[in-house]
Each structure stands twice: as structure tokens, then as C-alpha cells.
Design a protein around this ligand. Structure first.
Ligand SMILES: [Zn+2]
Length: 48
């Protein structure tokens, strides 16, 4: 499975087409992935 990225809404997906925009996605590289929406409490969660 390859990770794909929508060039329109910049969301990542594994599908050939974006769920939101219904357009064809492009290949993305894992190193560019950043978890923007992760809550700050996640860090504390992993400490326990
Ligand atoms: Zn999209």
C-alpha cells in the first residue's frame, strides 16, 4: 500500500481518489507526515 496525498485539500489517504474532492491523489512520502491534530495530552498518555 502506498500513501497518497490529495493535491487539492492536502489530506492523506491510501485510496486513488480523495474522499472529499473526488479527484485523483498523488503519491506522498511518509517523512512529510506530521500529526497536526494530535492533542497535547497524547504525549502524557505515552508516558504512563
Ligand atoms: Zn481532497
Amino acid at each position: 500500500m502506498k500513501l497518497k496525498k490529495c493535491p487539492s485539500c492536502n489530506s492523506y489517504t491510501l485510496k486513488e481518489n480523495c474522499n472529499k474532492c473526488k479527484i485523483k491523489t498523488k503519491e506522498a512520502h511518509y517523512k512529510f507526515i506530521k500529526i497536526k491534530n494530535a492533542p497535547k495530552s497524547t504525549a502524557e498518555f505515552f508516558k504512563k
